[in-house]
Write a protein that binds this ligand. Structure first.
Ligand code: FNR
Length: 187
């Protein structure tokens, strides 16, 4: 199973990047995770959407070929970081590669609120006509990692909070089942 991860933070020591890398290693027997290079995407420009730069074509192809998408993002100013929104905007035009794609959203923050406002906005964005992703139903699947500085090892970048790891295992399992269900229903 092939998963493409979109990480909404570009900084080297990002908790969300650490989380994406942790998930890549921990769940490697269930799926591969390729972290997309969304930093290299230019700003979305509608004048270029019919013949976008090669880097955009490659990015859209990787989304199209993935079995599922993992979005790992912080919250910026109560919403989604611009770099992530920009990547999503490219996917929403001409070849709309997100339509019907299973998506799981997770987020980590040193703060108390666990990125909830960003995730709520993301649900709207992912439901828009150009995107129409199939979001893992959030009811029982919200992964909101708060107080991240206490849950990641500062030296190794590993997630070390046992309760969070157990919770994440359950939700990833739900995502794998969800991908299978979506696949089954589209045959
Ligand atoms: C933040 N941060 C933040 N945190 C939060 O809980 N709600 C918010 O609205 C914001 N807004 C915000 C805006 C900007 C521009 C920055 C740089 C930061 C704090 C944020 O959660 C924290 O910096 C995280 O560590 C960012 O995620 P990474 O880079 O560790 O993955």
């Amino acid at each position: 199973m092939k998963i493409v991860a979109l990480v909404g933070s570009l900084r080297k020591e990002s908790f969300n990047l650490q989380l994406a890398n942790y998930m890549k290693e921990r769940y490697k027997d269930s799926f591969s995770i390729e972290i997309a290079d969304i930093k290299s995407l230019p700003y979305f420009d509608q004048d270029e959407e019919l013949n976008p730069p090669e880097v955009v074509k490659g990015f859209k192809e990787s989304i199209a070929n993935a079995d599922g998408i993992l979005i790992v993002t912080p919250e910026y100013n109560w919403s989604v970081p611009g770099v992530l929104k920009n990547a999503l905007d490219w996917t929403s035009r001409v070849e709309k590669v997100f339509i019907g794609k299973p998506v799981m959203v997770v987020g980590a923050t040193p703060g108390a609120m666990g990125t909830i406002r960003a995730q709520l906005h993301l649900r709207d964005i992912l439901s828009s006509p150009g995107i129409q992703a199939k979001l893992l139903p959030p009811g029982n699947n919200e992964v909101l990692i708060n107080f991240a500085a206490q849950k990641f090892d500062a030296e190794t970048g590993q997630l070390i909070d046992e309760a969070t790891i157990k919770f994440l295992d359950e939700k990833v399992n739900n995502f794998i089942q969800f991908i299978e269900e979506v696949k089954g229903s589209s045959i």
